[in-house]
Design a protein around this ligand. Sequence first.
Ligand code: HEM
Length: 412
Amino acid sequence: MTENSTTGVDEAVLSFPVERDARCPFDVPAALIDSAAHQPLRRARIWDGSTPWLVTGNAELRVLALDPRISTDDRLTGFPHWNAGRAAIAPIRPDSIFNTDGPGHLRLRRMMTRTFSYKRVEAQREKIQQVTDKLIDDMLAGPNPVDLVPAFGLPLPSFMICELLGVPYDNHDFFQEHASAAMDRYATPELQERLFTAMRGYMREVIEERLASKEESTGVIAEFADNIRAGDMTIDEGVALANGLLSAGHETSAGIISLGTLALLQNPEQLEFLRNNDDPKAIANAVEELLRYLSIVHNGQRRIALEDIEISDIVIRAGEGVILDYSAGSWDARTFDEPRQFDVARVANKHLAFGFGPHGCIGQQLARVELQVAFSTLIRRIPTLKLAVPLEQIEFKHDRLAYGVYSLPVSW
Ligand code: HEM
């Protein structure tokens, strides 16, 4: 037990991140569910021995995510980095939407909001359906059983993010490997520096090629090239943003498609409910529950307080680190009845799977449409889909920043 410097109340300092219990692989760790309900702000000890504030309550997360005195600037002393690797590259990363706030953040974010707007993403629904159908055609024509991760879960979001960015999908082996390695929960400085240099070199070439080309082109990178030519953006900023999108757009949606398929196969009554219900609203609702239930972004979004902030009888001091654990917030029993229950018919719209506030996920509409199309098509076209190995043999991504499965052998 330690003493909380602000309130003088004794409390356990939780070691963070908390490992998921291998016996209940879908559950957010019990200690975090308990924190959300009873101690929504508490100290946690992280890899470097520091003890930032850990925020797990749904309501408290919403308040702090909107507070302009909370910053994402990971170059400030006291910032609670994810790991030693992220700490090492923080000083060399250029400004991007991931490490800026306020007007500087808004300027960069606006350069992408149109592409990921509801309207522009809905216009891609047909394309997403075509890609999904083609992947399922190939699966059905290929070997049975098959690993669903490389056959379906990963290529759908990977292809779509390349399409929207204007990056050649032919290079997918290179950036899928790098995007995945960058999600190492315990990344070392050597690993992060190597990945950072490789991805920066790759994207700089893609952007410079676009800048030199006279051919008409569409996509985020073509828009970045226009912004760079107009002097509204530097090449370094374009590289950092494009790489951020490329990696954020991969592992997350891919993680939910594969892990979500497993969750549905393990809960046949939920699967049946969906299969017998082709109302798009029911599918959309089920996707929100899958996002809540799976809570794959499970390492806490990292922030630092710029000024003293008083919240729920606690004062977060200027310069103290803050961890916004949205996965716990999506399992807060004060917000969701029976959070452990997977129920595709529940109203789950208060989940925080995409974060909240000015840094909330920019790709959330894209992810939603990908997931809606992926799940509804998969369960309709392969009604006999089943797990091809016992659950105990599935390897879960306990060691990644975004949860998921390494492989998912299925048959039909
Ligand atoms: C199911 C899939 C996804 C999940 C669960 C997810 C989750 C998240 C979360 C939790 C955040 C942090 C929000 C915060 O700090 O408040 C975030 C931010 C972000 N996401 Fe996603 N994401 C997903 C898909 C995508 C896709 C497909 C893209 C690419 C288009 C994307 C791009 C981004 C970007 C650029 C940010 C940073 C936004 C900012 O700081 O302003 N995400 N996402």
